[in-house]
Design a binder for this molecule. Structure first.
Ligand SMILES: [Zn+2]
Length: 425
């Protein structure tokens, strides 16, 4: 996929999110979108090379000489922002969990769903049976759908294989799909998602397999950049999660974890490992917030899961923000608890249920998502030198992106300089 020189002009609001900061956004800086009006952006070789007013851009001597080589997109007053960085997805699964969906609506508990053969177990069976090309196609379809909603960078986890062979197959499917998609994919090894059914009640045995067999192979073959663990009630204990962190650290994988979705885990022992992100964070001890705020670890909220599971309780974003914690938003795209690929929907939930402002939600979905993947030097803002990742929304005011929930107003996405759908307008 070759990028072509692109010039976007007549941008009504350009949300650059430019900043001289060298660390994640927190506190009042979460609201600083650095908006330019009537702006233009020039992209060459997959990079942003200049950002300014449309008038200035059209006067540029290089552009005057090379105008014919450049594809010009007249944005007609639309809003342009950095492409979303979705820093938490589980795209490697074989199908939706519709029976679980109906059973949950009818009032079944998590345990009842599991006993009926649903829950994570059904996704594991599906992935183990699936061929690698079959999984690759599903991941690629999800990536394309993400791009349609304005996302240009995606973190993608394994975690429904739970055996050496199926976890490797899942990560290979992510890498194969990534090669066919113009955007950027960051793969994460989530072997420690659940204890596989054949080792039920023997979680330490499985943790040993993850640490001693899977982790070294994943690291050696460079199948993932991050290792993740689901540390919660009914998943892995804090002690087991620390073993996962330790092994990942030894093998040079960066760290992230699912934490505080169902119950509280003290964060301090984990923060010592300097994880890039701790995700969910519905249940966090207040005493951990100052320590979290002192770190560069991002607290990533995934309110799509709260919504889909019908929970009334959402993460306490305001307390985190007031304590100075750097926060991000992600879809948690997965078949069990958050089947959505829409970052605007997630931002809408963050605004209405977590009382984040529309500006805070945009920062959390772009530059802080990039920090959560440790790629903020390349992603998450519109500045010369950064990757040409842009989303054009057919609205006049950026606040409309979170306002019109359940509708997709993304008109065009540019991924590493490649336009994803034909320009409109
Ligand atoms: Zn997740």
């Amino acid at each position: 996929m070759k990028s072509k020189p692109l010039l976007l002009t007549n941008i009504g609001q350009l949300l650059t999110l430019r900043s001289t900061a060298t660390s994640p956004r927190r506190g009042t800086s979460l609201s600083d979108l650095a908006i330019s009006e009537n702006a233009a952006v020039l992209c060459l070789g997959g990079k942003i090379v200049s950002v300014g007013s449309t008038k200035e851009a059209l006067r540029d001597p290089w552009l005057k000489k090379n105008r014919k080589k450049v594809t010009e997109i007249d944005c007609c007053g639309q809003v342009v922002l950095p492409g979303f960085v979705d820093s938490h997805t589980h795209p490697v699964f074989a199908g939706p969990r519709l029976v679980d969906f109906e059973k949950r609506i009818a009032g079944a508990s998590y345990e009842e769903i599991a006993e009926a053969g649903g829950g994570i177990r059904s996704s594991i069976d599906g992935v183990r049976r699936a061929s690698k090309p079959g999984l690759t196609n599903r991941v690629l379809a999800a990536l394309d759908d993400l791009a349609k909603h304005g996302t240009t960078t995606v973190e993608a986890k394994s975690g429904y294989g739970l055996s050496f062979e199926s976890e490797t197959k899942s990560l290979e499917a992510i890498l194969d799909a990534a090669k066919q998609w113009p955007g950027t994919v960051v793969p994460t090894f989530l072997g420690a998602h659940a204890v596989p059914p054949e080792l039920r009640g023997r979680s330490q045995e499985y943790v040993d397999i993850v640490c001693q067999q899977m982790m070294p192979a994943v690291a050696k073959r460079k199948l993932a950049r991050f290792a993740d663990v689901f540390c919660d009630r009914g998943a892995f204990s804090a002690d087991e999660a620390e073993q996962i962190f330790h092994a990942a650290d030894q093998h040079g994988l960066s760290l992230r974890a699912h934490m505080g979705q169902l119950g509280e885990t003290r964060l301090e022992p984990f923060l010592r490992y300097n994880p890039a992100s701790l995700d969910h964070m519905d249940y966090v001890n207040d005493a951990d917030l100052p320590t979290l705020a002192m770190s560069d670890t991002i607290a990533t909220f995934v309110p799509g899961a709260n919504y889909f599971l019908g929970l009334t309780r959402y993460p306490r974003a305001r307390q985190f923000i007031e304590a100075g914690v750097a926060v991000a938003l992600a879809t948690d795209y997965n078949p069990g608890s958050s089947p959505t690929l829409s970052m605007p929907m997630v931002m809408s939930l963050a605004c209405t249920h977590m009382k984040m402002s529309p500006a805070e939600a945009i920062t959390a979905a772009t530059i802080n998502g990039a920090w959560a993947l440790r790629i903020a030097d390349r992603k998450g803002s519109i500045e010369p030198g950064k990757d040409a990742d842009l989303a054009v929304f057919d609205v006049r005011d950026y606040r409309e992106i979170a306002y019109w929930f359940g509708a997709n107003h993304c008109a065009l996405t540019i991924l590493n300089g490649v336009a994803h759908s034909p320009p409109t307008g």
